[in-house]
Structures are given as structure tokens and as C-alpha cells.
Ligand binder design. Structure first.
Ligand SMILES: [Ca+2]
Ligand SMILES: [Ca+2]
Length: 102
């Protein structure tokens, strides 16, 4: 488990902890929880298949452009844009870099 994944896991725990206070989760917290839920093989990064489920979960939560990507079936385009080093998987760092651009 690398440090970034530990940070994400900690964030997910925090999300679980705060939900009992009936506080609205921020989109970022939801996205982090969705990221962990989508990482089927637990390697801390998203393959294309895992990325699709990540977008679908985010679309359900109305996060960012996920609904648009899902509706228009632009998973591949979004994946390519996020996969900065083009190694076929999206790392937490790549996702973070994209999130910080907005
Ligand atoms: Ca994975
Ligand atoms: Ca990558």
C-alpha cells in the first residue's frame, strides 16, 4: 500500500465517520470513496474497466462531468485525457492532477 492509497483510505474512513452526523459529503469525499469502491483489484490505480465503474458511481452522485461522460459514452476519451503517462492505468496522482486543474 503506497502513501497516496493510505491517504485515500483515510479519507474514505473520514467519509464513513462523518456520514453519521448527517453532514453533506463534499463531491471530493464522494469521489474518493467511489475511487476505492471502483478499484476492484486493490492496486490503488484504475484500469479502464475500473475507471468505467468509477465514472458510473460518480455520475450517480452527480460529480463533475461524470454524468456527461456516461451519457455520451466518452469513457475512452476521458480515460486518455487523465492517463498522463499513457501506461493504461490511472494513478491517484494523475486523478489528483486533473482535479487540481479545475
Ligand atoms: Ca485497480
Ligand atoms: Ca497512468
Amino acid at each position: 500500500m503506497n502513501l497516496v492509497l493510505k491517504a485515500l483510505a483515510a479519507a474514505a474512513v473520514m467519509v464513513a465517520g462523518t456520514s453519521s452526523f448527517a453532514m453533506a459529503e463534499t463531491p471530493r469525499q464522494k469521489a474518493q470513496a467511489n475511487y476505492l469502491a471502483s478499484d476492484a483489484n486493490g492496486d490503488g490505480a484504475l484500469s479502464f474497466a475500473e475507471f468505467k465503474s468509477f465514472i458510473d458511481l460518480n455520475a450517480q452522485d452527480g460529480i463533475g462531468q461524470s454524468g456527461l461522460i456516461k451519457r455520451t459514452n466518452r469513457y475512452a476519451m476521458a480515460f486518455e485525457r487523465l492517463d498522463a503517462d499513457r501506461n493504461g492505468i490511472i494513478s491517484p496522482a494523475e486523478l489528483q492532477a486533473a482535479a487540481n486543474q479545475r
